[in-house]
Design a protein around this ligand. Structure first.
Ligand code: CLR
Length: 402
C-alpha cells in the first residue's frame, strides 16, 4: 500500500487541489490544501519578518537629514522583503500554507541586538479578527524611540494557475526623536510554480512609503522583469513632493543584490540581502507561554505534522477549531465580545489620515470589516502588569525562535 507521502498520491492530491481552486472563494481560510503543503507556522508569526534586521529598523533615527532618514526607512523596508516573501522557500523548500490563526492568538518576543546602540526591539503580534482574518502587530524599540504599528489582511483570487493576493492594511513607522511618521503600503503578490507543485511568491504592482516630511518612496515590482530577466526585480525611487527628479533610485532584486544611486545616477551603496545577517527572535519557552501564544497553542498540530501523521494533524486542528466555535457561541449567548489584548478597532486613525489625505491615499480600501486596527498603549500596560503578576513563577530560560 502507498504511504500518504508517496509521490503518486502526492501528485494525485496536488492535481485535485488545483482543480478545486477553480471554485475558490477568495477567502484564504477556506482553502483546503493537501497535507504536504501545510506549514506548522501560524500566520500570526509572519509579523516577525518586519524586525529581523533591528539595526536597519532603528537606523533612520540616527540620520540628521530628513532626506537621508527617508532613504534609510526605504532601505530597511527593502531589506525586510527577502525574509517576508522567500524565507519559507529557503527553509522548507517551497512556499507553504500557514496555519489559520484563531481569534486572540499571540506571537510575542524580543530581538536582542548585540549592538548596545540598537538595544531590544519588542514584537507584539495578535490575531484581531478571524472572519475575515486580520493580524495586527507592533514592533517597539524603546531605547531609540522607533515604533512600527500595522495590520494585515488578504484578499485572494485564482485564475490561469496563479493565486493572486492583495494585501489589505498598512503600517505606520514612528520616529520619536523627529516626531515623524511614515505610512507604508503593502505590495500585491501572486503565487507562481503551482503547476509544478513548487509554489513561490512573486511581488507585483507597487508599494509606497509616504513620509510626513513630504518624501515619497515608490517601489515598483517588475518580477521576472523584461529588463534583467531576473525574478524579484524592482526599481524604487525616493522623491520630495513635486521635485522634477528622484533624489535616489534603488534597483536590483529584493531577494538578492540591489544598488542605491543618487540623483546623478552615481552608485553610492550596494546591499546583498542574502548575506546580510538576521537577528533571531527570542521567545519565552513553551512551558512559560500563555495558552494564547501561537507556538504553545499549535504545539500538538506541529508535532503531528513533523511526524507526518496527517490524521493526528487534522484531529488536533479540529480540536482547536471546535474550542473556538464553542467560545464564540458562548460569547454570543452572553452578549460579550472577545477582548483584544493589545490592539483596538477604530473608525479613524489621525496619524494615517494626516498623511493619507495629503497624498490622496484612500482610507476605504484600508479598512477590514469597517475598521482600522491601532496599537493600544493602555491595554498593553495592563497586559504587561498581568503577565508580571505571578511573582513566584520561576524565572524562565529564554529560547530562540527558528
Ligand atoms: C502575510 C503577511 C506578511 C507577508 C506575507 C507573506 C506571504 C503570504 C502571507 C503574507 C499571506 C498568506 C500567503 C503567504 C504566501 C502563501 C500564503 C498568501 C501576505 C497562502 C495563504 C498559501 C497559499 C497556498 C499555496 C502555497 C498552495 O507580512
Amino acid at each position: 500500500t502507498s504511504t500518504p507521502t508517496s509521490s503518486a498520491s502526492k501528485s494525485g492530491s496536488w492535481s485535485s487541489f488545483l482543480k478545486s481552486m477553480a471554485s475558490f472563494s477568495g477567502d484564504l481560510t477556506s482553502m483546503t490544501a493537501p497535507p504536504f503543503i501545510l506549514s506548522s507556522t501560524s500566520l500570526v508569526e509572519y509579523s516577525a519578518y518586519w524586525g529581523e534586521n533591528p539595526e536597519l529598523f532603528v537606523a533612520p533615527t540616527f540620520e540628521a537629514d530628513p532626506e537621508l532618514r527617508a532613504l534609510s526607512v526605504l532601505k530597511w523596508f527593502l531589506a525586510t522583503l527577502r525574509r517576508q516573501y522567500t524565507s519559507r522557500n529557503e527553509k522548507l523548500g517551497s512556499e507553504k500554507k500557514p496555519l489559520n490563526p484563531f481569534l486572540g492568538e499571540l506571537f510575542l518576543g524580543v530581538w536582542k541586538s548585540e549592538d548596545p546602540k540598537v538595544g531590544d526591539t519588542r514584537l507584539i503580534s495578535e490575531q484581531v479578527s478571524h472572519h475575515p482574518p486580520v493580524t495586527a502587530y507592533a514592533l517597539i524599540n524603546e531605547k531609540n524611540g522607533v515604533r512600527l504599528e500595522g495590520y494585515n489582511g488578504q484578499k485572494a483570487g485564482f485564475s490561469r494557475m496563479t493565486i493572486s493576493v492583495t494585501q489589505i492594511g498598512h503600517a505606520l513607522l514612528h520616529l520619536d526623536q523627529w516626531d515623524e511618521d511614515y505610512l507604508i503600503t503593502l505590495p500585491s503578490l501572486h503565487i507562481e510554480g503551482l503547476v509544478t507543485g513548487s509554489p513561490f511568491v512573486e511581488l507585483n504592482k507597487k508599494s509606497y512609503i509616504y513620509s510626513s516630511t513630504g518624501y515619497t518612496a515608490t517601489v515598483d515590482y517588475s518580477g521576472r522583469g523584461w529588463l534583467s530577466g531576473k525574478k524579484n526585480s524592482f526599481t524604487a525611487t525616493l522623491q520630495k513632493d513635486t521635485a522634477s527628479k528622484p533624489a535616489y533610485t534603488i534597483s536590483g532584486q529584493w531577494s538578492g543584490d540591489f544598488v542605491v544611486k543618487d540623483a546623478n545616477k552615481k552608485d553610492i551603496e550596494s546591499y546583498t540581502s542574502n548575506s546580510h545577517p538576521t537577528t533571531p527572535l527570542t521567545l519565552a519557552p513553551i512551558e512559560a507561554q500563555s495558552p494564547l501564544e501561537s507556538r504553545k497553542a499549535w504545539s500538538k498540530v506541529a508535532e503531528a505534522l513533523a511526524a507526518g501523521d496527517y490524521e493526528a494533524t487534522s484531529a488536533e486542528k479540529s480540536k482547536i477549531e471546535n474550542e473556538q466555535r464553542e467560545l464564540r457561541k458562548k460569547e454570543k449567548e452572553e452578549g460579550k465580545e472577545w477582548q483584544r489584548r493589545y490592539f483596538s478597532a477604530v473608525e479613524t486613525d489621525p496619524r494615517f489620515e494626516a498623511i493619507a489625505s495629503k497624498v490622496g491615499f484612500s482610507a476605504e480600501t484600508e479598512k477590514t470589516g469597517g475598521y482600522f486596527w491601532v496599537f493600544d498603549g493602555e491595554k498593553t500596560k495592563r497586559a504587561d502588569a498581568e503577565a508580571a503578576a505571578p511573582a513566584q513563577a520561576p524565572v524562565a530560560e529564554q529560547v530562540v525562535a527558528e
